[in-house]
Design a protein around this ligand. Structure first.
Ligand code: ZN
Length: 135
C-alpha cells in the first residue's frame, strides 16, 4: 500500500486542552464545577446543568466496553492496511462514553470487558486508543 496519512482529528479552541494532554500521554476530561458531572466530548457548557464553569481534570483512563464493531472495510484508505480492526464505545468510570479504536483481539472482545487507555502514535500525533485492562 502507498504511504497515505491517517486522517487527523479536527482540533478547536474548546478541544485543544484535551489534545495537548493526550500528546503528553495524559487523559484529561472536563468536570462541571456546578453539578460535578464529567463531560466528554469537550464543550463550552455542561450538558447536564448548562453551567459554564468546566475544569480540566485528570481522569482514570479506565472503563468498560459497551459496544463494538469489527471493521473489514475501512472508511479511509490509510486504515485499510490495518483491517480487520475493532472500534467500540467505552463507558468511562467517570460516566461519559467515547468512541475509540480498540487494541483487542476479536476473540477476546465481550460486553463489559474492562479496558484502559493506550496512547498510540499515528502520523505526528498520539491518539487515545483502548486495550484490555492489564495488557
Ligand atoms: Zn453541570
Amino acid at each position: 500500500m502507498t504511504n497515505i496519512s491517517f486522517p487527523e482529528p479536527t482540533i478547536t479552541a474548546v478541544t485543544q486542552p484535551f489534545w495537548d494532554k493526550i500528546n503528553e500521554k495524559q487523559f484529561y476530561l472536563q468536570q462541571c464545577d456546578d453539578c460535578a458531572q464529567w463531560i466528554f466530548y469537550p464543550r463550552a457548557h455542561c450538558p447536564h446543568c448548562f453551567g459554564s464553569k468546566l475544569t480540566w481534570k485528570e481522569a482514570s483512563g479506565q472503563g468498560k466496553l459497551k459496544s463494538w464493531s469489527i471493521v473489514h472495510r475501512a472508511g479511509h484508505p490509510a486504515w485499510q492496511g490495518r483491517t480487520p480492526y475493532a472500534v467500540g464505545i467505552v463507558e468511562l468510570i467517570e460516566g461519559p462514553s467515547l468512541l475509540t479504536h480498540l487494541l483487542i483481539d476479536e476473540q477476546e472482545i465481550c460486553y463489559q470487558l474492562p479496558v484502559e487507555i493506550s496512547f498510540q502514535q499515528l502520523n505526528e500525533r498520539l491518539l487515545p486508543f483502548f486495550q484490555k485492562k492489564g495488557d
